[in-house]
Every structure is written in C-alpha cells, then in structure tokens.
Design a protein. Structure first.
Length: 617
C-alpha cells in the first residue's frame, strides 16, 4: 500500500506529516488490522534473528561484537536488579537507562544463545522495575525510556515468558507507561509539555511510548492505538528540525540521543506495521547521518556545543540510517565507534559496510544550525580540524556560544569546549542559566564585549554564516555575529580560515557604538608560554607544539588566564571549577573600530597569511 494511502486507511491526514493540519486518531481495530500478530516484531522479527544467529558465526565483525555482548550479559548476571533511585530529587533516568541497556543485552543474548539464565536475569530486572511506585512521569524521559525497556523485554523474549509474566509486563507498560502518556497527549498533566516541543524530548517520549504501544497493540488495541497515533501526530514537530541538511541545533550529543529514539521508533513501525508512514521522508532526515560524520574532529572527538561534551558521536541508528538511505560511509563511521549494542548487531549489513563510497568533501556548512567544519584530511589523525558555529541562542540546551570554535592539530585538541555544567545547579534551565561560566560567552572560544553581570551575548540572538568557501588549499567561513552583541556593537564579524589545509586564521572585525572593552578567548588544556613581547604564544601538549601569533591589532598582546569568570561577571557557587583548563586571551580597551587576527599553526615555519578584510576573503 502506498504511503499516502496508508495514512488515509488509518484515518490520518497526509498533510499532517508536514505539520500542516491535525490528524485523526484511528481506533484500536484499525491498528490491529495492520499490526503483525507474532513476536518478536519490534525492530527485528524471528526471521531477522535467525539470520543474525548465522551471521555471528560467519562474519568476523559480527562475531567480535557478539562476543563482547555476551561478555556484558555475563557481567549483568552478577549484578543485582536495579532499584528505584532518584538521587538528585528529580530524575529516575539513570535507572531507566540501566534497565533498558540490560534488557537489550540480555534479550539479544537469549535470542542468539537460548540460555535460560539470560531470561531469568531479565525477569529479575523487569519485575523489580514493575514493582516501582511509578516510573517518575514528572520527568517524562524516565517513563519513556522505561516503557521502551519493557516493550523490548515483552516482545523479544515473548516466547520465553509464562502467561503470568507476559501479563505482568503488559500491565506495567499500560499502567506505568501508556496511561501517563495518554494524560500528556490529552493535555491533562503539566509535565506533558513535551508533546508540542521540537527537540529531543519529543523523539524520546514519543519513541518510548510508541514502542510500548506496538508491543501490546494486539491485546490492548484501543489504548495502544490512541497512544501510538498520538505519537505519530507529535513526532513530526521535532523531525521537521532536521531540515534542510540533517543538522541538530541542540548539538552533537543531543543529536545522538534524539536520533536513537527517532530511528528505533521508525524501525519498529516498519517491522510491526509494515510502514513508517512516510516519516523517514521528512526533509533533512535522509541527510542526518552526515552530521556526526562531519562534526567529528581529527582526534575522534566531536565539535561540541550547547550542553554537549566533546566525545565520539555515533550509535546503532547510523547503521540503520546507512541501510535506509544507502550511505556506506555512515555505516563505517559507526563500525569504528561501536561498543557494541544489541542494535548494532540487528542493523549491521556486511554488503553495505564493504560498499564503495566516494571520498566526502573536507568541508561542510550545515544551514540553520549554522555550523561549519573544515579539515585537512579524513584519514590523518594529526590533521588540522576546525569546528565553527554561529547559530541560535534560543535552541534548546544552547549556550551563549555564538562565534565559538574548536581546533585539532597534531593529534591534539587545542581549543576546547567545556561542555555542560551540573543540570541540578539552581536555575540551570531557568532564571540563573546565563550566570554560569560554562554557559556564558566568556566560557567559550569567542568574543566578549563590555562584560558585566548581564548575559554577555543576547540570549535571543540568532546569527548566520554569511560566506562559506571550500577550495583545495583554502577553506573559510564568515559569520555575522552582530545580533549577539547588538547591545554594544553595530557590527561584529568573525572569519575562520584553514590555509594550506594546515594553519588556522581567526579574524574578528568589531565596530562599536561607543568606546568599548573587548576580550578574545581560547580555552585549552595545553601549557601556554608567552613570548617576551606577548605577540606570540607556544602551546604544548605531550610532544606537540602549536604556535599562536597575534597579527592584529598592532597594540594588542596575549595574556594567560584561568578558566573562570571575569572580575565583574557573576560568580555563582558550586559551578564547575574547569580544572586543567586555562585560556589564551587578548584584552582591548577603548575600541570603536578594530580588527583582531590570530594565526594558529602547527608549523613554526608557516608564513602568516596576507592581511585582508573579511569582505575580501
């Protein structure tokens, strides 16, 4: 049946998939008519598991991954079941994730080994969680992830459970997961705000509930049908954020979280209902695997921004996306990173992994997220890599980090991002957010103009990359940062250039509406030694050296500072101390029209580039 016809058969408006109208929820009988009746049916079927058992014996990669998964399953056998623990007074999330991970691991171990010990341990885990007083719906991610865990346990181990065990798992899915979810969809609970949001909460909550609904839809068609199609109505709101090119405004870490649930739900829709109802055709989704690939630096860590940390970014969803959209380079990216997870085994495809792929361009500009990456090589771990962003300070989880950049060279990360601070700090997601150093512009590798107690960029500013060029020997991007500093400046431009695929030029042009104070910052874990005239600095990590030269202004000089608030900035208690990080700084006073140009090169012999205005780049 064609995609549009399926929507109509379910009583859904085809235009709803692009967010133009509301959709009508079908009743349980219509859901049951499409739902595959046998188990397992979520993400993998009995036929899929049969093929997988053959592959783990025949394929070297699969055999390695499977062996590691069985080792993890054996370790879980020795651990006690998870307990109801909310250590921060708000989140059960670590427990939900532990139950989910254990359920996937033990279920896959049983499907491939048929060892009853894994089923018995899975039951100990799930029955303990079923006895919890609730799954903490006030922080609904906790409920969604636990519902996901129970859906997989119910479905993948269906033939191993007794009738009483199936009933207990079904009851938990309904009472602890779907019923609280339906209250959210009905607008009956304040914590159901995620139904209308456009960020990771949408995908996680809808995905978790959708999995629960698909697991028990044949035995509870009315309730499951309502939950499933409420999820189908809500999910496109967040998926629209992948347009136009697959990037994610919340940063690479939250890309991994959001897409993991997005893909799990789509994969389960296909195996359980035979279709994803066109959700995978939403603009930008077919390109989203590009984001973690290009956001990965030469060191293997990502260009982190917002509430994300610089760690390798991937996940089993990349293998599914690679198969769905015929992108072998995405599969190879995940193969290099895999832990592995049970879903890596499900989604792995040897033919795709070995398929030829054209070498991707070195440089990439992601629109709307307004992020650029430039690199000297895909294969050399010592190559130079630059990550640079403009972006929107209003994105969920955003920091005041417009204009920030990351730099890799010689196998080291020289310009670092401090990442998020403790989410439980007072007002971290509220009125005190812009008081914390790691979230302020002064805590990033960007500019600060006229610092003080107020936010040091406009929290509502959105800035764009206005020029992007990629040529064999020079790649560059220029961002108009003016909206971020409009309180003090009439024009602020920042350019980043990778010259001869090796040296990095950071150039700022600032025009203020009155005499102003400006700071330029680069946070680093390197040792910093300044020259006598303070016009250059040598950064050292292990045996690697990076040279920084201050080309402009003529009267400027470098200084070295601790990674801590400026004297006039807020100093809230209990925020991160940023131990091991210092910053290279340039401080200018009384400026009205100035240019700051810093040349960062891994080769001391490199000649600085020709002095040009950004308009002439």
């Amino acid at each position: 049946m064609a995609t549009q016809a399926l929507w109509i058969a379910l009583g859904l408006s085809w235009s709803a998939i692009v967010g133009q109208t509301t959709l009508t929820i079908p009743d349980g009988e219509e859901l049951t008519a499409l739902l595959r009746k046998d188990h397992p049916r979520l993400i993998a079927t009995a036929e899929d598991f049969a093929r997988l058992k053959e592959q783990v014996c025949a394929d070297k990669q699969m055999k390695l991954w499977h062996g590691q998964l069985i080792e993890n399953a054996e370790l879980i056998l020795k651990e006690p079941p998870s307990k109801y623990e909310i250590p921060d007074g708000k989140r059960l999330l670590s427990t939900s994730r532990r139950v989910l991970d254990r359920t996937y691991t033990l279920s896959m171990a049983y499907r491939t080994m048929r060892d009853k010990r894994y089923v018995e341990r899975a039951w100990a885990e799930l029955s303990a969680a079923a006895a919890f007083p609730d799954w903490n719906p006030s922080h609904f991610l906790d409920t969604a992830e636990m519902t996901h865990a129970f859906a997989i346990g119910y479905d993948w181990l269906y033939d191993a459970w007794t009738a009483e065990q199936r009933e207990a798992l079904k009851k938990a899915i309904i009472e602890m997961g779907l019923k609280p979810g339906l209250e959210c969809y009905a607008g009956a609970k304040s914590y159901g705000w995620w139904v209308g949001c456009r960020h990771n909460w949408n995908q996680v909550c809808n995905g978790g509930l959708g999995m629960g609904a698909l697991a028990i839809g044949d035995v509870e068609p009315q309730l499951a049908g309502k939950a499933l199609h409420a999820a189908l109505k809500s999910l496109p709101l967040a998926m629209a954020e992948f347009a136009p090119d697959g990037a994610w405004g919340e940063g690479p870490g939250y890309w991994a979280y959001a897409t993991s649930y997005n893909v799990v739900f789509l994969a389960a829709l296909e195996t359980a209902l035979g279709t994803d109802f066109g959700l995978s055709e939403i603009p930008g989704f077919s390109a989203t695997g590009d984001f973690p690939v290009w956001m990965t630096g030469a060191t293997g860590d990502s260009f982190a921004y917002a509430d994300c940390h610089a760690r390798p970014i991937g996940g089993p969803q990349l293998l599914w996306l690679a198969r769905r959209f015929s992108r072998p380079e995405w599969a190879r990216h995940q193969i290099r990173l895999a832990k592995p997870h049970a879903l890596d085994l499900v989604a792995f495809n040897r033919q795709l992994a070995d398929a030829p792929a054209q070498p991707p361009p070195f440089d990439k500009y992601f629109r709307r997220a307004e992020v650029v990456t430039l690199r000297g090589s895909w294969d050399d771990p010592k190559a130079t890599f630059i990550g640079f962003k403009a972006g929107d300070n209003k994105f969920n989880h955003s920091h005041l980090d417009i204009g920030t950049f990351t730099l890799d060279a010689l196998g080291q990360r020289w310009a670092v991002d401090l990442g998020s601070d403790n989410y439980n700090l007072p007002g971290y997601f509220g009125g005190h957010r812009w008081e914390y150093y790691r979230l302020r512009a002064e805590g990033h590798n960007t500019l600060v103009i006229n610092p003080g107690q107020e936010p040091d960029q406009d929290p509502r500013a959105a800035c764009r990359i206005i020029r992007f060029e990629s040529a064999p020997h020079r790649a560059s991007a220029v961002a108009d940062l003016t909206p971020a500093y409009a309180r003090s400046a009439v024009k602020v431009l920042r350019g980043m250039a990778l010259i001869n695929r090796q040296g990095a030029l950071v150039q700022d042009e600032i025009e203020t509406n009155a005499q102003a104070e400006a700071w330029w910052f680069l946070h680093t874990k390197a040792q910093i030694n300044l020259s006598d005239d303070r016009k250059s600095a040598t950064l050292r990590q292990d045996d690697a050296l990076l040279t920084a030269r201050l080309l402009e202004p003529a009267g400027g000089e470098f200084s070295v500072m601790e990674a801590e608030p400026l004297p006039g900035s807020p100093h809230p208690k209990k925020q991160g101390d940023n131990k091991g990080v210092r910053k290279l700084a340039v401080h200018l006073r009384g400026i009205t029209n100035t240019r700051i140009a810093v040349w960062l090169t891994p080769s001391i012999a490199d000649t600085p580039p020709e002095n040009k205005q950004l308009g002439d780049w």
